[in-house]
Design a protein around this ligand. Structure first.
Ligand SMILES: NC(=O)c1ccc[n+]([C@@H]2O[C@H](COP(=O)([O-])OP(=O)(O)OC[C@H]3O[C@@H](n4cnc5c(N)ncnc54)[C@H](OP(=O)(O)O)[C@@H]3O)[C@@H](O)[C@H]2O)c1
Length: 316
């Protein structure tokens, strides 16, 4: 495994992390022992950055992650636990309450990275009001670092200017070869401000792994049932890129999944993708995205092809 630091801090993090939304009804990995095997493999391969959230399985993901790390005997300082607080809880009262619940579910004293999962869109909590409470939790040692997720730049700026003693360290957004809107202003903002950029759904929820094809798309019973990228209208637009990914993968003796992640890591040094995995074998493959490099020509070929893909979300 290769390592970098989290944003402007000196906290050591693996170049890829593990997403753990999979431990929820939404994705269907609700068997603790199976989830533990996935986490064990990640730890064995040197992945030390784990991304979870209060909303994943309404606490199931946090519980599974905390329990597995404890049972595996992983030293607290050897892993970086990143969780998220939903936008609805971003008021002075609920922040304390929900952070306490997360700490309890994870079985830890302090959260390494608390990410604001999305802005309080429907509740109109003023940014300065909740920023002060978050900062208080940093001062009290219950949160080490703060990050944002799904925040537009204007709101990040407002949040950062509301802090007196701290600053955000990371930004987490949808970004993959089929869905590249984040590169318009979010990734440049992360790069200019020394913030880690954490792409979520880096494999487009499995659509870019090369194992699905237009003619044989399964009827997903999980969160992917309503996912735009799997709608035939959109999936058809991926076919050419998928063929290129297969082609390039064969050239390097790698898999399309590994090529996708390698492309992303070469895109910017601030990238920290957090693919989700359902089996130890998948984790092994994900870790194999590190330790080699696409040539400039292959990187460009993939880049060019992915740029022509325009996913439409108005599919119903
Ligand atoms: N901040 C946010 O709002 C937000 C939103 C979404 C996700 N996230 C975070 O980002 C993480 C990753 O995103 P995601 O789970 O949506 O999508 P993803 O990482 O793009 O895709 C994950 C899925 O891809 C398939 N896969 C993984 N490794 C594979 C391999 N080696 N070979 C073949 N297939 C493989 C698995 O599904 P199958 O085996 O079933 O095909 C897996 O469940 C989440 O776990 C979560 O932590 C954050």
């Amino acid at each position: 495994m290769e390592y970098t630091t989290l944003g402007w801090t000196d906290l050591k993090v693996s170049r890829i992390g593990l997403g753990t939304w999979q431990y929820s009804e939404a994705w269907g990995l609700t068997d603790y022992e199976k989830a533990k095997q996935v986490i064990a493999k990640a730890v064995e391969l040197g992945i030390n950055f784990f991304d979870t959230a209060m909303v994943y399985g309404r606490g199931m993901s946090e519980e599974f992650l905390g329990k597995a790390l404890r049972e595996l005997g992983v030293k607290r300082d050897d892993v970086v636990i990143a969780t998220k607080i939903p936008g609805e809880f971003l008021n002075p009262h609920d922040i304390f309450k929900s952070v306490d619940k997360s700490l309890k579910r994870l079985g830890i004293d302090s959260i390494d990275l608390l990410q604001l999962h999305w802005p309080p869109c429907w509740h109109n909590y003023p940014t300065p009001a909740y920023a002060k409470t978050l900062e208080r939790l940093v001062l009290l040692g219950k949160i080490k670092y703060l990050g944002v997720s799904n925040y537009p730049v204007v709101l990040i700026e407002e949040l950062r200017s509301s802090f007196s003693f701290t600053d955000v360290v990371s930004m987490q957004y949808r970004f993959n070869l089929a869905e590249r809107w984040a590169e318009e202003e979010l990734i440049p903002y992360a790069e200019a401000n020394d913030l880690t950029f954490i792409p979520w759904s880096p494999l487009a929820k499995g659509a870019l792994t090369g194992k699905y094809s237009l003619g044989a798309l399964p009827e997903f019973k999980d969160v992917r049932g309503g996912e735009a990228v799997f709608h035939p209208e959109n999936f058809a637009k991926l076919e050419k890129l998928l063929n290129t990914l297969r082609d390039v993968a064969a050239k390097y003796g790698k898999t399309p999944t590994q090529v996708v992640l390698n492309w992303m890591l070469k895109y910017s040094p601030v990238m920290l993708p957090i693919p989700g995995a359902k089996t130890p074998e998948q984790v092994e493959e994900l870790a194999g995205a590190i330790g080699w490099e696409l040539s400039y020509e292959d990187w460009r070929r993939i880049d060019e092809e992915s740029r022509s893909i325009k996913i439409s979300y108005a599919t119903w």
